[in-house]
Design a protein around this ligand. Structure first.
Ligand code: ADP
Ligand code: ASP
Ligand code: MG
Length: 409
């Protein structure tokens, strides 16, 4: 069997952890499997590199950020390979370029355009273990690019697809995907399986156990994978196409996103083209907005609210200033920071009604005020004050019966 494993930052975060990875890979080799491994930078290294850049430049060029950030993974592939040699396993490292990862798009958030894994496949056929750098690739011009934070997940899924792996395992510091972040909701339960769509929705609303684009890629190219622990051999979570039995659960998981801000524009003339002006200005400045709520015009004026990451608030205000002047004398902008987003996700929502009511009732009983609301086919998101977010997550998790059964003392 050809197995592709991905080890995240914590799993290669110290020499002991790197030795642990080497021993796990050796055990697979001893069982007769071919193994390729995709690794992240050692835990904290990418943040340290970003901190170094910030010391020297308030707005470092994205091209140079990529040159800098890719060194984290280059360090770890060499170290993991050396640790494998130390336990007698023949291994070779490959950088993103050597792994044939061609990227496109903007620096620091590039996309994988194509993969030519011929070199890796040759090494594998020679009986070597291949240790590939996650998070990085090279564009058509030959420039180093990185795939956005958490991007090693995408590298691993794409690599597994390209080498035709029989199994792709994402090994991390939790032993699977839980019904909520176990650090926030201690009662969260490990999910034996989850559909691509549910994990994709969860990942895109803050569940950082998998990078959302990696799940999108896996769904598109039909890469079945599992999320499990690098520290034990407990069964993990299998991520797969949905099947009928999955609809029985109304809600699969609860996710939170902190550091959100809300911008509201009031006094917008009730005329065609106004929303386009506002959203185009934000789009042109590459500001990602998330929930959008618009009210029906009253007295000839409409209001729009939308959320974004707090880091983008200043840029959004600057970008909207000229638009506001255009919208006329009544147009005003209000902002609110320190809010957070809570989402519930489940494909069962398609066939069950009253899910939102159940969620809002539980929050009402817990005296937690709801700000904005938005829904999609398999997701409901709301905003609350950031100070309430953890309580809100626990309340909603419990209300949908997701809490694990209490264990005996
Ligand atoms: P890695 O370094 O291996 O890529 P990450 O830190 O990116 O690991 O992701 C693992 C973390 O994701 C866990 O430590 C956990 O706190 C967090 N997490 C958030 N939501 C969930 C969830 N629903 N299930 C499991 N882990 C979650
Ligand atoms: N090292 C990168 C990061 O910290 C990529 C990854 O870990 O997936 O975001
Ligand atoms: Mg990660």
């Amino acid at each position: 069997m050809l197995i592709v494993q991905k080890y995240g930052g914590t799993s290669v975060g110290s020499f002991d952890r790197i030795r642990n990875v080497a021993n796990r890979v050796k055990a697979l080799r001893d069982e007769g499997h071919d193994v390729a491994v995709v690794v992240s930078a050692m835990g904290g290294v990418t943040d340290q590199l970003i901190g170094m850049a910030d010391q020297l430049c308030s707005n470092p060029p994205a091209r140079e950020m990529d040159v800098l950030l890719s060194t984290g993974e280059q360090q770890s592939i060499a170290l993991v390979t050396m640790a494998l040699h130390a336990v007698g396993v023949d291994a070779v490292s490959v950088t993103g370029r050597q792994a044939g990862m061609t990227t496109s798009g903007s620096h620091t958030r590039a996309r994988i355009h194509k993969i030519d894994s011929s070199l890796s496949r040759r090494y594998l056929s020679e009986g070597k273990v291949v240790i590939a750098a996650g998070f990085q690739g090279v564009n058509e011009e030959g420039l180093i690019q990185t795939l956005g934070r958490g991007g090693s997940d995408l590298s691993a899924i794409a690599f597994a697809s390209s080498v035709g792996a029989d199994l792709c395992q994402i090994l991390t510091d939790v032993d699977g995907v839980y019904s909520a972040d176990p650090r926030v909701v201690p009662e969260a339960r490990k999910l034996p399986e989850i559909s691509y769509d549910e994990l994709l929705e969860l990942a895109s609303v803050g569940t950082k156990v998998m990078q959302s684009r990696s799940v999108e890629f896996a769904k598109k190219y039909d890469v079945k994978f599992e999320v499990c622990s690098s520290l034990n051999n407990n069964p993990g979570t299998i991520v797969t196409e949905e099947h009928e039995a999955m609809e029985a659960a109304v809600i699969r998981g609860v996710s939170i996103e902190r550091s959100q801000a809300r911008v509201t524009i009031t006094g917008i003339p009730d005329e065609p083209g106004m929303s386009a002006q506002i959203l185009s200005a934000l789009g042109d400045d590459e500001i990602n907005i998330d929930m959008i709520v618009s009210n029906i015009a009253h007295d000839g004026y409409a209001r729009h609210s939308f959320t974004m990451h707090t880091n983008d608030l200043g840029r959004a205000q600057a970008s909207l200033k000229p638009v506001l002047a255009n919208l006329g004398p009544e147009a005003k902008l209000e902002t609110e920071a320190a809010i957070a987003k809570l989402s519930v996700v489940g494909i069962g929502m398609r066939s069950h009604s009253g899910v939102a009511a159940q969620m809002f009732k539980a929050l009402g009983q817990a005296v937690i005020n709801i700000g904005m609301i938005s829904t999609s086919e398999i997701k409901i998101s709301i905003t609350v004050d950031e100070t309430n977010i953890e309580d809100a997550a626990r309340v909603v998790h419990g209300a949908f019966g997701l809490d694990s059964a209490p264990t005996e003392p």
